[in-house]
Design a protein around this ligand. Structure first.
Ligand SMILES: [Zn+2]
Length: 588
């Protein structure tokens, strides 16, 4: 076929769109010169009168966008875009508002988060009495639920050791099992009825990888730590019905769209055994019903000590089966360590406040490297949870070694979290092409960060806490996400934190490690174009450019003309995914 060499124009992927429309769009867009009205391809929808921030470096600003068949046909001035208007074209007036590409959240536990929406929410409960009140109210409102389930309580509610006790739940609900997950997914809280149903007594021994907290007399207190311990209880909780899961997913998708999300990267369950990928048929069902208004990239969770041949085959099979614009699978998620607050993140040197501790790797280092190489060889993108500098170094070593050994390129393996990298490793992200998948809201400088996280690593290492700027300045790609339900799915508070490194109240003055702040434009890229790149989608998503999917949002305030401390208050007034308006506020 005689094809003009348009594909050499950087930034334009012309494979997926008809040549004629892309050629027109390109001419109109890049020349800025009026193109004959008769030649313009008709649009299904035009968005006019916007302040369109495209996130495309060469043409960052425009006024209007034309959309056809779920894709962006043209981007330009109102005048240019109006040429694509025909009588059937829908017109959306952005009323001078800021228009951005739809956001991607690079790190969520979607089924967990969605399920938690209909359970007791304890995120902002500050006292035991408040928790009791909420649990009681919820239980009364849901008399037929066999278990009262919820999540989000925090350690400071329970001084001095930060651990909850069954007695507070027994006081309000003695006859029905209650089981509540801590905000970080590491500790659970059961009442006596739940312990009895799970047959947890004084005699029950701790399972590997977890523990049943006991009082001085050896009696279980109701606090249960880490995955394996949780599993003892979870196996006696009835699995939600298929319809209940679908209902939960619908609520999760709706919430995501309201926040301006068009895609999420799903990193498996927060806990072993609850994998979104095992539920991929639910996403399929929603798609068949026309209810899928959020794009999904699903990773398969692999837990130590080994990866079986069957698991490897399952990931490859999932990737071969699901790889379109809406449902894609085939990533693999591994956990290398825990968290800094509880001294379980693996550090190269001992913790500053507890010199006897330096955290442990959850995988045997050689086995981890071996399995990374196996995954890499099959072209599977690897996502490694690594928070401490020792875990981060091992992940970088494993990725580097696998690439050399297999001769693979551009697989864009990722490290998730990267809370404290060593100075020597920061430039390796850029050099090795490893994606820095970070969650800005985890660096929110509240009491937890300043009074627990920072003293644990000490002042020298704290300087590299969530080193957004250093990683980026050394050529690394920052891809942003939330870690929902560990923190809110709302990306706007995360965006603010990356820019200000301050709380909503403006503390600490001047910002926490202000040298690691990044610009608004760079932070926006973390949720859009870089996020698309981190999921191998930058040719079709992540910026407002002709030929890309029509995922865009209109927001309540112009982020470029407000105080950075107000970014978190942004509301999304309209969300379009695949050319369809799927959310808009009543007032817009
Ligand atoms: Zn996570």
């Amino acid at each position: 076929m005689n094809t003009p060499r348009l594909s050499s124009v950087p930034g334009y992927d012309l494979k997926s769109i008809p040549l004629k429309s892309s050629l027109l769009a390109l001419l109109v867009f890049s020349s800025g010169v009026a193109f004959p009205a008769t030649a313009a391809e008709p649009a299904d929808t035009v968005v006019l009168h916007g302040r369109v921030y495209t996130v495309e470096a060469r043409h960052p600003w425009a006024e209007a966008v034309a959309i056809r068949n779920g894709e962006i046909l043209a981007v330009g001035t109102d005048e240019e875009i109006l040429r694509h208007r025909v009588p059937t074209t829908k017109v959306l007036d952005a009323k001078g508002h800021l228009v951005l590409p739809g956001f991607t959240d690079c790190h969520v536990h979607f089924l967990d988060g969605s399920t938690s929406l209909s359970q007791v929410q304890l995120e902002d409960a500050k006292t035991i009495a408040e928790i009791q009140q909420r649990v009681k109210t919820y239980a009364a409102a849901h008399p037929s639920d066999p278990w009262v389930l919820g999540r989000g309580w925090t350690y400071p509610v329970f001084p001095p050791d930060g651990l909850p006790n069954k007695k507070y739940l027994d006081e309000i609900i003695p006859d029905r099992p209650v089981y509540l997950e801590g905000f970080d997914g590491h500790t659970w809280w059961a009442n006596s009825k739940a312990l009895a149903l799970a047959r947890i007594t004084k005699e029950t021994s701790d399972p590997p990888g977890g523990s049943i907290v006991r009082d001085t007399a050896g009696e279980p207190t109701g606090a249960i730590k880490e995955d394996a311990a949780d599993a003892i209880v979870r196996r006696v909780i009835p699995e939600p019905s298929r319809e209940a899961k679908l209902q939960a997913l619908r609520a999760g998708i709706h919430l995501a769209n309201q926040f301006g999300l068009a895609r999420v990267h799903v990193l498996g369950g927060v806990n072993a055994g609850r994998d979104d990928l095992q539920n991929v048929d639910l996403f399929e069902e929603l798609r068949r019903n026309g209810e899928l208004t959020l794009r999904f990239y699903l990773a398969y969770r692999l837990d130590p000590p080994d990866v079986s041949g069957q698991q490897l085959r399952a990931i490859v099979a999932a990737r071969d089966r699901y790889h379109d614009d809406w449902i894609a699978a085939g990533g693999a998620k591994l956990f290398l360590d825990g968290v800094i607050e509880t001294h379980t993140a693996a550090m190269l040197e001992p913790y500053s406040d507890s010199p006897a501790l330096s955290g442990d790797l959850l995988w045997d280092a050689d086995k981890y490297k071996h399995f990374v190489a196996q995954l890499d060889q099959r072209g599977i993108q690897v996502f490694t949870h690594a928070i401490g500098d020792r875990a981060i170094r091992l992940a970088l070593d494993a990725y580097e070694q696998a690439g050399k050994q297999n001769g693979t390129k551009d697989l864009r393996h990722r490290i998730e979290h990267i809370e404290d990298a060593s100075a020597a490793d920061i430039p390796r992200f850029g050099r090795l092409g490893v994606i820095a998948s970070m969650q800005p809201l985890h660096s929110y400088p509240d009491e937890d960060t300043l009074k627990s996280w920072a003293p644990n690593v000490g002042p020298e290492r704290a300087q590299r806490g969530w080193a957004f700027h250093s990683i980026e300045a050394a050529g690394g790609v920052l891809a942003f996400g939330s870690d929902w339900p560990i923190v809110t799915l709302n990306p706007w508070s995360g965006l603010e934190t990356a820019v200000t490194r301050q709380t909503a109240e403006g503390t600490p003055k001047g910002g926490w490690i202000p040298s690691q702040r990044i610009s608004l434009a760079d932070a926006l890229r973390g949720y859009t174009l870089n996020a698309a790149f981190a999921g191998h989608r930058e040719k079709s998503e992540g910026s407002i450019e002709p030929g890309k999917v029509a995922d865009l949002i209109v927001v309540s305030q112009d982020l470029f003309h407000i105080e950075p401390s107000k970014i978190g208050k942004t509301r999304v007034v309209l969300t379009m995914v695949g050319g369809q308006v799927i959310w808009r506020t009543q007032s817009f």
